[in-house]
Design a protein. Structure first.
Length: 351
């Protein structure tokens, strides 16, 4: 989907892209070789653009990931700390070397390009819309193996040598719960289900254990899928160092199942398939930690939705999209009750 952009902004970006192409792509026609430039949907502070470059060996489809700079970036909401564009590019290269399916990074933006920080990478064909991934008939065979492939990919991510990582934030369960509790309190609202969930998480926060690279947003919607299964893992801007089970739990959050609630892994697979792929690729699963991070993930998304229901910080415009996301906080309350209620009590409520 294309996101509208002013002609002036697009013209300035095109001029900067020509400088990148002239520097990093020998033999390409920097002046006339860029066609089909369009901004893709998604991303509040970081932009994603697609275009085609005429090269010496034929046309090449490329993606630009960029942070345009503090002067034009919307105000951040909440305690989200992004890795930064240079770190994201470094992580893509490390992940690719570790066997994780990711786009290949082709060039970095430079200050003299005048279009912010970021990088160019290969454009990969496939489906990224979660609703289509869980429903389209042409992806039926892919869904049979996708949860297992996700487990394999996550084991590879978590196996990357920490000594090779760029500078990333580090966190643990107690710190993550405390950070989102502050964000929830700042909203000035009281939701009994959220209060219950925060208390449960505080009581059950796992002790510090092994820490690894954590993708931070590994879910249906940030995966590229085709008929063969997983094609690429996208959107690394929330990567950090922490409990590797964070990624497995986040992938199981009900909001990323797109209505296929019976299949807990992204709406396309089972926990058994996910865990098998992870173990077969050398990872060690701690199911109790996964459950903790799933519950935390549901609450985290609920708090984020609650934030979206309020006017934007900095006086930004209200939007129907923000209101629609804000309403989804009630969905997370139902999910939390289903996860936190003892099984006998849940069955009694259903009868």
């Amino acid at each position: 989907m294309r996101t509208p952009t002013s002609p002036e902004a697009e013209s300035g970006l095109l001029a900067g892209l020509r400088r990148v192409i002239a520097r990093a792509f020998p033999g390409a026609d920097a002046e006339r070789g860029i066609t089909g430039l369009r901004r893709l949907s998604g991303g509040a502070s970081q932009e994603t653009w697609a275009f085609t470059l005429a090269g010496p060996h034929g046309p090449v489809a490329l993606i630009l990931r960029r942070d345009p700079g503090a002067g034009v970036r919307p105000a951040a909401e909440g305690p989200v700390v992004q890795a930064g564009m240079a770190a994201e590019a470094a992580l893509l290269r490390l992940a690719g070397a570790a066997g994780v399916p990711v786009p290949v990074v082709r060039a970095m933006l430079a200050p003299q390009d005048g279009i912010g920080s970021g990088f160019l990478m290969d454009c990969i064909d496939g489906e990224t819309l979660g609703g289509r991934i869980v429903r389209e008939p042409r992806l039926a065979r892919a869904r049979e193996r996708l949860a297992y492939q996700c487990g394999q990919a996550l084991a590879a991510v978590h196996g990357i040598d920490r000594a090779t990582l760029p500078a990333l934030r580090q966190s643990n369960a107690a710190a993550e719960v405390a950070g989102y509790l502050r964000r929830y309190r700042a909203a000035g609202e009281q939701r009994p289900v959220f209060e219950l969930a925060f208390r449960w998480l505080q009581r059950h926060a796992p002790a510090r254990g092994r820490t690894t690279l954590v993708h931070g947003d590994f879910r249906n919607g940030n995966l590229m899928v085709d008929e063969a299964g997983l094609r690429a893992v996208l959107d690394w801007e929330l990567a950090h160092v922490g409990d590797p089970m964070t990624d497995l739990g986040w992938l199981c959050v009900n909001s990323w199942r797109f209505g296929r609630t019976a299949l807990p892994v992204g709406g396309f697979g089972t926990r058994a398939q996910l865990f098998a792929g992870y173990a077969d690729a050398g990872g060690v699963v701690d199911a109790e930690r996964v459950r903790f991070w799933e519950i935390f993930g549901v609450l985290k998304w609920g708090v984020a939705c609650q934030t979206m229901s309020r006017p934007p910080e900095g006086g930004g415009p209200r939007s129907v999209e923000r209101a629609a996301i804000g309403r989804r906080s009630s969905e997370t309350e139902i999910d939390l009750l289903n996860l936190l209620l003892p099984r006998d009590a849940a069955l009694a409520c259903e009868s």
